[in-house]
Design a binder for this molecule. Structure first.
Ligand code: SAM
Ligand code: SF4
Length: 343
């Protein structure tokens, strides 16, 4: 089959097979690539419209009990200057985001056991009480009970990426993790009523286009609502520090194929993309992506949350520029006072 035939299937509403997706991911040449991106862009416009949703992340701790090979925060990375934010500091930061008009705050951290179940619940309750914002948690693997209790306390969304569905690749990069437990976590999140975020890393050692196609079908089977797709970016002080970064083109093809297969989902133009190529966030917005995550960690901690090296800053200004460049719309809820000097 060829790419044209696959895109015709999409137009007719016929489900794509694994082989179809592999074909999309293996596409080369400007003409083929732009036809895929265009189809994904049209699908995005039809199902989620032109507004680019803006969320903001507070990276509240860079302490981690795990040793994922790719990640700069891994416990054996002695080059990291570790920090933790307490509940009040997190809430103060969330209040500032509320003033900016942001509706969803993402609380992200390493897997840091200092934040016990009770501490996380306290943070969720305080943010709800003081700001009534929607809360996304991105704090890694926990127990079913904890996920349930965080949801009851007011957490709305959860982001836990499988990173790769190739069990062998998963095992090689996750010395502490069990693939089946990670899948279970994702099922628990769904069962407990979270808006369920997942995703993968593009360009992991040993990963193939077929693996990525299977990732996309996994997201579909799991009923995932949000898919974070980022290229691997090497981090200093990790076993993969000299391994090459993932391909921007493969990441964009994955964004496009994910939009074409999953249709009505949130797909961010990721910070990892912006780190590898300044223009890549704009390109992702034009190839199926529809959200941007601001990095809103207080500046005194920001450079210490180094999951990979040379991490690019994404603030309201850079997000605004990308949205305009992609010919898209800023969300109506953003407080105009915060953008008046850049509009
Ligand atoms: N500890 C939690 C977890 O692992 O789910 C949340 C924080 S973790 C830093 C968030 C995401 O960062 C991971 O899901 C992973 O995809 C991404 N990440 C970490 N290191 C990366 C790297 N070197 N390149 C690209 N993405 C990376
Ligand atoms: Fe820790 Fe998450 Fe990084 Fe793994 S990816 S080392 S769990 S912060």
């Amino acid at each position: 089959g060829d790419i044209k035939a696959v895109l015709e299937k999409v137009e007719k509403g016929i489900d794509l097979t694994e082989d179809d997706i592999v074909l999309l991911l293996s596409a080369e040449g400007d003409e083929n690539l732009s036809s895929i991106y265009k189809a994904a862009d049209e699908m995005r416009k039809a199902v989620v419209g032109d507004v680019v949703d803006i969320r903001a992340a507070i990276e509240f701790s860079n302490i981690c009990r795990k040793n994922c090979l790719y990640c700069g925060l891994r416990r054996d990375n002695s080059t990291v200057d570790r920090y933790r934010m307490d509940a009040d500091e997190i809430v103060e930061t969330a209040k500032e985001l509320k003033r900016m008009g942001i509706k969803t705050v993402i609380l992200q951290s390493g897997e840091d056991p200092w934040y016990t179940e009770d501490k996380i619940i306290e943070i969720i309750r305080k943010i709800k009480k003081e700001t009534n914002m929607r809360i996304t948690l991105s704090i890694g693997e926990r127990t079913e009970e904890e996920y349930k209790h965080f949801r009851e306390a007011g957490a709305n969304n959860f982001l836990l990426k499988i990173e790769t569905t190739n069990r062998e690749v998963f095992k090689n990069i996750h010395p502490d993790d069990d693939f089946d437990y990670r899948v279970k976590c994702s099922q628990w999140l769904r069962e407990n009523g979270y808006i369920n975020g997942n995703g993968n890393i593009i360009g992991l050692p040993g990963q193939t286009a077929r693996d990525i196609a299977r990732d996309i079908l996994f997201f579909k089977d799991m009923g995932i609502h949000m898919v974070g797709i980022g290229p691997f970016v090497p981090a200093v002080g990790t076993p993969l520090e000299t391994y090459p970064h993932g391909s921007v083109e493969m990441t964009l093809k994955t964004v496009a194929a994910t939009r074409l297969v999953l249709k009505n989902v949130f797909i961010p133009a990721t910070t990892a993309l912006a780190t590898v190529d300044k223009e890549a966030q704009v390109k992702a917005l034009m190839a199926g992506a529809n959200t941007i995550m601001l990095i809103s960690t207080p500046s005194k901690y920001r450079s210490r949350y180094r999951i990979y090296s040379n991490k690019n800053m994404v603030d309201l200004k850079t997000a605004y520029k990308a949205i305009v460049k992609a010919g898209r719309k800023l969300p109506p809820y953003i407080n105009k006072d915060y953008i008046k000097d850049i509009v």
